[in-house]
Design a protein around this ligand. Structure first.
Ligand code: XIL
Length: 299
């Protein structure tokens, strides 16, 4: 195959990209994105601050720009993200307790109803665990509403759009030996045992010198899949863009039948949130990097 998306589709998977609405007018960017990928995640446009800037006033202008571009170009869409401690609008940051809990529920209902039946996977909850060795939840205004906020978010999401796969998404959870990975595993196992509706786990996979790729990532994907959830690589970027590391991540996904696909977190290095890491598959001029060829060959 000649594109990443077509190659991934040969095994029933997708190869996706994070899209920024304000870059779609850049023809180099839009040409590569339209040609190479068959899944799209909005890099920022479906987040809480973007979709509900004022309480009760939803705004899907930028989100719909990404969504409509994706659909017009034949791509499926991953929704990102509904309940998160970060990129909350000011009004939500200042809420607590039952008012915040209700605002979270209202937000999930408002966004999911707008896209009902149109989103393949939703990242319902993002980044709820703490880094380091504690295995604890991250402290946040949402966590302080009661640690059942995550299951409430998933139950709300299932009712709002029964057709979407509901994912929990996090970073630094790729290495099977890390406490954060084990804490997330215990939560998913508990949800499956108690019937809390969860369908998938997203592994962001922002690999860098502080949290490098480890070959036990395949074990992680296998162990989660064995709990009865799908898995996905949702925000892949690799500091330095080592071709062999990119190929290893792709091969890890391909080795796990429940791995739905891989999403890279941007098109060219200059589009990356960590552009100084030159972590992506395309040079700033739009030409393919060695990591691109390694990924295409692996798929
Ligand atoms: C990042 C975006 O790439 C940046 O443009 C923005 O300034 C901050 O958020 N984990 C996530 C993503 O789940 O939403 C984050 O995206 C990167 C880390």
């Amino acid at each position: 195959e000649s594109t990443l998306g077509a190659a991934a589709a040969q095994s029933g998977r997708y190869f996706g990209v994070a899209i920024a609405a304000n870059r779609l007018s850049d023809s180099t960017y839009a040409t590569i994105a339209a040609r190479e990928f068959n899944s799209v995640t909005a890099e920022n446009e479906m987040k809480i601050d973007a979709t509900q800037p004022q309480r009760g006033q939803f705004n899907f202008t930028a989100a719909d720009r990404v969504y409509n571009w994706a659909v017009q170009n034949g791509k499926e869409v991953r929704g990102h993200t509904l309940a998160w401690h970060s990129q909350q609008p000011g009004w939500m940051q200042s809420l607590s307790g039952s008012a915040l809990r209700q605002a979270m529920i209202d937000h999930i209902n408002g966004v999911m109803s707008h896209y009902k039946g149109k989103i393949a996977q939703w990242d319902v909850v993002n980044e709820a665990f703490a880094d380091g060795s504690s295995g604890a939840r991250r402290d946040s205004n949402l966590e302080r509403t009661g640690s059942d906020w995550i299951e409430v978010a998933f139950r709300t999401a299932r009712a709002a759009d029964p057709s979407a796969k509901l994912c929990y998404n996090d970073y630094n959870v790729e290495n099977w030996t890390w406490a954060k990975t084990q804490a997330m595993y215990r939560m998913v196992r508990d949800f499956k045992q108690r019937g809390v509706p969860i369908d998938c786990v997203g592994f962001q996979s922002h690999f860098n010198s502080g949290s490098p790729y480890n070959s036990n990532f395949r074990t992680t994907l296998q162990e989660f899949a064995a709990l009865g959830v799908d898995v996905a690589v949702t925000e892949l970027d690799i500091q330095g863009a080592s071709p062999s590391t990119y190929a290893a991540v792709v091969n890890d996904c391909l080795a796990v039948s429940r791995c739905l696909g891989v999403t890279v977190w941007g098109v060219r290095d200059s589009d990356s949130w960590r552009s100084e890491h030159t972590p992506l598959l395309f040079y700033n001029n739009g030409s393919k990097k060695p990591a691109y060829t390694a990924v295409l060959d692996a798929l």
